[in-house]
Design a protein around this ligand. Sequence first.
Ligand code: ADP
Ligand code: RBF
Ligand code: MG
Length: 386
Amino acid sequence: MIIKNSISNPLKMVVSGVILDLDGTLLHTDGIVNDVLKSFLGKYGKQWDGREALRISGKTPYESAAVIIEDYGLPCSSAELMSQISPLFAERWCNIKALPGANRLIKHFSSHRVPIALASNSSRENIESKISFHPGWKDSFSVIIGGDEVTAAKPSPEIFLESAKRLNLEPSSCLVIEDSVPGVAAGKAAGMKVVAVPSLPKKSHLYSSADEVINSLLDFQPQKWGLPPFEDWVENTLPINPWYIGGPVVKGYGRGSKVLGIPTANLSTEGYSDVLSEHPSGVYFGWAGVSTRGIFKMVMSIGWNPFFDNAEKTIEPWLLHDFDDDFYGEDLRLVVVGYIRPEANFPSLESLIAKIQEDGRIAERALDLPLYSKYRNDQYLKQHDA
Ligand code: ADP
Ligand code: RBF
Ligand code: MG
């Protein structure tokens, strides 16, 4: 996490309202964009390369269309591409999930009467359709503005300046939360505070103009901006909507974590790419069922292990129990019930290990709370019929 504003100047940090971006910030749109572009480009005999995602992130639909036509040398105009692709997107909107922490954030601002605006490069009509599938969202925003309601899209500051005006706030009293590089640029150009929540991994260096870069909305701290703090953390843990993942235990990177006292039973992520991309990297905890052995407390990391800078996003649960032997190949089922912290880098292996040990103690204690212990009996942990 990067904080550029000086703590010694707290008044600079105080805001009265928040302007939120939609796609990639509140909604997990990436998966759908990937699916649609993959099937669309397939028809032209081309293959969608996920790496293009950064080139269209934060762009208007029309700008994105132009980028795709150019990069793939498609024999059509932007308008033609848009008319072919729009229906493919429209039929998927009912399935776009809220990003972890989005509902919590919107409810928090609503209940504390913090005025919020929604400002997206997407058209007003599309914004309305997308949010209609998320109960309570529409009424929580005092202002909603689409890219078609201003003359210049982000990175122009116009959409944010117009949002501030309609919120009756000075730009300097507004905080923008954005996942895209053009969105961050627009917020800064508008003279606002900006928190970046990059939706693409390992790209935080592109967001250096933001006042703070956080890993996911779960890490947002309203009190840093003079707003009411969240009150839902319990003993250093954040309860989340439980989610489930399971499969055979596979070989990990073999870094001798057992030697370090922290064996992690890596899960095969095959068939779980959606679950994996939906959940921000970080340290989570919950319950683990191992087919022949029983149910155990576990704490896990999801992500790229910044200390080792892995190429793949992995899921590595450490079961808080001493086993006599290994269980490679066995079916492992997890119910993930809470969040502890974002993944971090560390100056030494010792400090990484000390932090993981602390995560273990936090999880060990928290899992005895009724709030979390009830999931020990979840049927999913026992169904080893895969
Ligand atoms: P790898 O790099 O292959 O994951 P590790 O050193 O992390 O190697 O060891 C993980 C393996 O150790 C697991 O796959 C599992 O079979 C075994 N194991 C033994 N005790 C535990 C435990 N408490 N938690 C997780 N895995 C354990
Ligand atoms: N790796 C990191 O680089 N940064 C982390 O913050 C981090 N946190 C972890 C937390 C837990 C609970 C576990 C089990 C692992 C974590 N790891 C992290 C992964 C660690 O680097 C990996 O398991 C090594 O292989 C352990 O030696
Ligand atoms: Mg491992």
